[in-house]
Design a protein around this ligand. Sequence first.
Ligand code: ADP
Length: 399
Amino acid sequence: MKILVINCGSSSLKYQVFDMAKEDVLAKGLVEKIGLPGSFLKHRRGEESNHLVETPIKDHEVAITLVIEALTSGEHGVVKDMSEIEAVGHRVVHAGEKYATSVLITPEVMQALRECIALAPLHNPPNIMGIEVCSRLMPAVKHAAVFDTAFHQTMPEYAYRYALPQTYYEKYGIRRYGFHGTSHRYVTERAAVLLGKSADELKLITCHLGNGASVAAISGGKSMDTSMGFTPLEGLIMGTRSGDLDPAIIPFIMEKEQMSPEQVNNFLNKSCGMNALSEVSSDFRVIEDAAAQGDHKSKLALEMYYYRVRKYVGAYAAALGGVDAIVFTAGLGENSPEVRDEVCKHLGFMGVEIDPAKNRVRGKEVDLSTASAKVRVLLIPTNEELVIARDTKFIVGSV
Ligand code: ADP
């Protein structure tokens, strides 16, 4: 069974084709700058080198048409025609409280996703558009939706409610939803395998540290709490997002800087975080280099970042009443020994101890702990696309 996985953003689109027999990736690629100057498609079949198509891509319809052309091309393709693709799995950011698992896309599901636009105005519209265009261009194929929020629907009410009047929850849906659920779920399942236990008997703290970043508290394979909230702005300091701050700062800035609600929302999402603190970049590679050269602002930004992650790990250890393993994943979690070291080195009091030699590793599944550590520290590369492909296979197999 061949499955196409689509992750459609406002100006970009990522895709992968899986052969589910062995879960091999047959091809993958991305389209960038949709509707902008300099748009292109980068496509790769298997381990071959990238095939680049630089052409005006005015909208998502053109982008998906180009993806279909690449996948069916004699030279770079992996199928003769799209009828060989049995199903398409779509990443969708927000399903509100409606879905706690992945679902087959039906008109009713599309309506529910449209109702969630208010909760994710930046993410759900391009996700919806991707599904609409794919359904038009591949009408004979089944489509499934896999949600970032679904895994966190198990959070207890005391963790997901904010201390606002109940009517705000009922009228506007203001509550913690949490994001990166597909990634937290994947590393939870892998952690159980690595530890040789069932997820049911484990307490885990999973740290997804990428451009966007979140920590989750997992007990018995279920999400009990997570640092992102009503939107992906809450929690850790991120590349360009502020993460947690005193809510009173927001009206204060709006008044001082004459910002509208939309402007302040943009500001907190796009002009803060590591980029604003370091004044060099939102990319940790650049910030780590600048700090190594003695740049004070970059050093402070990193200290603040590590401190915030550590605080969440400590809070979640308390929330779970103990922890068996801490998991690091995503761009930074997988590739930066410094971040793992700096987060873990003050957690010796709770039985965390990583082996510096084992920690000198990137992008591989490894137990980084010393033999005597009470809490394991695992590096597990995430694979959200594989989860989407597996869920899609399961859903189309059961209809
Ligand atoms: P996204 O949230 O966009 O999927 P990723 O999970 O790919 O992001 O993470 C991207 C971030 O990971 C980069 O901005 C960078 O800060 C960090 N990163 C990637 N590789 C390294 C590395 N070798 N060293 C330090 N940080 C890295």
